[in-house]
Design a protein around this ligand. Structure first.
Ligand code: CAO
Length: 431
């Protein structure tokens, strides 16, 4: 035998007007004992209103936006008679109010003046934050989300009834954000919305290689954390090129050729020796510089799987030929995917050379915790004014990106000037 049981607004503590925020049932729905049927909100608290019986909803008497008070009829439920005996009071049991963290009005009414400013600001934020109020989630879930710092409005749909956001959805969202790492969430930066490209034409999904994914995460992290400046200049390498060609002409077949990059490494190391700030890393607390007494140079190498940076250790102690041989070996290993982690660790400063490909200038991203990176593009014959006439000179474009927290603009320009000087007259490297 079934009986009709009324669910009414319980005593919530002498409150005249209670807002109906959400109604989660409709006629014909089967509700379980304790299942939330509506969300009510007073100016002191929000609460999920549970059903005190299980059964079938016969009629719903409220809608969102209504104002109700103690005893107002919420719904009628067709329930088994034995439940009616088990639950003799046909009203909803008094729900445990889910107190809003900041309980806005209580805070204001009780101690409006003594409240610390921060609390009042938080209250104001909450009151004016429509996303927190409109999210399709119960107060307890919203509270849970707030505790984790999650804006429930960002969880588009939930897995509950009528896409209601549940605790599990909040947990899943947090896991997803953690997995995506800083690139997706970085400093609260809005992520780029997903787009369905299929209406515009055929597409194909290509998984990123592990190297590309990790490089992407690292670059995004650096981009967000370092205030970077890129300084551009050109070095006259006409004489250097003539010397390099003469050296290569002496080589027998099969010997590793010397590219301009080896001289750039040497010029860079010489400049680092005079400007120790470039051979440094900022301490984690940002309070001091860790100056390095060794000179390990990373070289960005393009491979089919993405960019890797093998490190030439103690470049200051190696000859041009030794450097050429080592880079040849390491870039070969890199392209075959055979570099070991140790081959890529311990770098002090990185060179990214696109010279073999082309280019006029670019803005390389610092390979943090290093403080600078030197970009190189293709050398070009140019007419250069020598005071009397234009003469053809081979000019090498250089791009120096530095962490502006460590390197000042003038220091960057002086460092670059020294590299240029060393490349224009490599005899200086002997000094
Ligand atoms: N101007 C003119 N010619 C240049 C040059 C420059 N700046 N740099 C290199 N060249 C020439 C070389 O002399 C060589 O000429 P030959 O074939 O006549 O000898 C040719 O270009 C190819 O050089 P290379 O690139 O093989 O050798 P490298 O020592 O200059 O560079 C390496 C080695 C490993 C850095 C390079 O092969 C590489 O992978 N570059 C790409 C790095 C990269 O992707 N950086 C991007 C980082 S940002 O995403």
């Amino acid at each position: 035998m079934t009986v009709l049981i009324e669910i009414k607004v319980p005593d919530v503590g002498n409150v005249a007007e209670i807002d109906v925020v959400e109604v989660l049932i409709q006629a014909g729905d089967v509700v379980a004992l304790e299942q939330t049927v509506a969300t009510l909100e007073t100016d002191k608290a929000s609460m999920d209103l549970p059903s005190s019986v299980s059964g079938t909803i016969q009629q719903v008497y409220i809608k969102p936006g209504d104002k109700v008070s103690e005893g107002s009829l919420i719904a009628t439920v067709l329930a088994n008679n034995d439940q009616a005996i088990a639950a003799p009071v046909p009203e909803a049991s008094i729900p445990e109010p889910v107190v809003q963290v900041e309980a806005p009005v209580v805070v204001k009414e009780v101690e409006p003046i003594k409240q610390p400013v921060k609390t009042q600001v938080e209250v104001a934020v909450l009151e004016s934050d429509p996303t927190q109020r409109k999210a399709h989630a119960s107060p307890s879930v919203r509270l849970f989300a707030r505790e984790l710092g999650v804006d429930v409005a960002k969880i588009k749909t939930g897995s509950g009834r009528k896409s209601r956001i549940l605790k599990d959805d909040v947990k899943k969202y947090v896991k997803k954000v953690m997995a995506e790492g800083v690139a997706a969430t970085g400093a609260g930066i809005p992520s780029i919305p997903a787009v369905d490209f299929t209406p515009y034409g055929e597409t194909e999904i290509l998984k990123l290689s592990k190297i590309k994914r990790l490089t992407g995460q690292n670059l995004s992290r650096v981009w967000l954390n370092l205030p970077m400046v890129t300084y551009h200049d050109e070095a006259d390498i006409t004489d250097l090129e003539a010397f390099r060609n003469s050296l290569n002409a002496e080589k027998v077949k099969g010997e590793v050729k010397i590219t301009g990059l080896m001289f750039i490494i040497k010029a860079l190391v010489a400049a680092m020796q005079q400007f120790p700030n470039f051979n440094a890393s900022l301490s984690a607390d940002g309070e001091s510089l860790i100056l390095k007494k060794y000179f390990n140079i990373g070289i960005a190498v393009d491979t089919p799987n993405g960019l890797v940076v093998p490190v030439l250790r103690n470049a200051n102690t190696k000859s041009i030929n030794e450097l050429a041989l080592e880079l040849n070996e390491k870039s070969e290993k890199a392209r075959l995917g055979k570099l070991m982690p140790a081959d890529m660790q311990g770098g002090c400063l990185t060179i990214s050379s696109l010279g073999g490909i082309g280019g006029m200038a670019f803005t390389p991203i610092v390979n943090a915790p290093e403080v600078a990176i030197l970009g190189v593009t293709r050398a070009k014959m140019q007419p250069v004014w020598n005071g009397k006439e234009f003469v053809p000179r081979l000019m090498l474009p250089l791009d120096l990106t530095y962490d502006h927290r460590v390197i000042d603009g003038a220091e960057g320009a002086k460092f670059m000037a020294l590299i240029k000087q060393n490349l224009s007259d490599i005899r200086r490297l002997l000094l």
